[in-house]
Design a binder for this molecule. Sequence first.
Ligand SMILES: Cc1cc2nc3c(=O)[nH]c(=O)nc-3n(C[C@H](O)[C@H](O)[C@H](O)COP(=O)(O)O)c2cc1C
Length: 260
Amino acid sequence: MKNSVLDVLYQRTSLRVYDDRPVTKEEEDAIIKSAIQAPTAGNQMLYSMIIIRDQKRKERLSELCDHQPFIAKASLVIVFVADHHKWFDYYEKNDVPAFAKRSGLSFEAPQESDLLLAIEDAMAAAQNSVIAAESMGIGSCYIGDILENFEEIQKLLQLPSYTFPISMLCYGHYKKDHTRKFRTRFDKKFVVFEDTYRQLSDEEYAEMFQDQETIYRPENPYGAKNYAQQFYARKTGASFCKEMARSVRVALKGWDGRKK
Ligand SMILES: Cc1cc2nc3c(=O)[nH]c(=O)nc-3n(C[C@H](O)[C@H](O)[C@H](O)COP(=O)(O)O)c2cc1C
């Protein structure tokens, strides 16, 4: 199978070094329009996109998101926010709580399920924007570390209740001499199952990780005895991941269905 959309999808890699040419207003408008065109649960558009215009704010975000300087150098930076604030406000302004009581319906503030649905919406929009950008020769990179330092990010972006900054994207033009580095993926047999989940055998795990295991270094600084230990020390068990866990736990406190 071959077509121009598949070409764009297969050519995309994350871009972290950007050309000096700015993303134009026209390009930005197309990126935003494509994001908005993404599917959205109940057509509710349970998200907001905050375009970071202010350079100082970009710099602060690059620090708060695990010190990644390239964020501050991106021409366009957008924070994707899972957002039930607007709908909840709208319900309250239109006497939905009293109506719900009269009608024997319970009325609850947004809760975990609402958050997950809003995240689905926000990420569908985000990924549409990535592909739209790529189709115009603009590379991008997700910043998952926006999940860290919730309290400061909440203040910096003035996020109200029932919002959750789920991802950030940096966009910028490719440098003329940029060479794409394609990172390998697990073989599809390890991620595509039919009808039910399939537990992988020890032999399959060995095969699944065999490519990645080539980057295990016995002389690694963590004293790790194999690739899994090395990866855990560098990522899952590292301090930035611990900070992410703490930060998300704080952010989740507002999403328990009880009105504060
Ligand atoms: C949810 C998510 C969070 C990510 N966070 C970061 C990040 O904070 N910094 C970064 O440099 N890359 C980040 N990435 C990019 C991944 O590292 C990248 O997609 C992965 O290594 C595969 O490489 P590729 O996109 O070039 O194929 C993130 C990607 C996703 C989907």
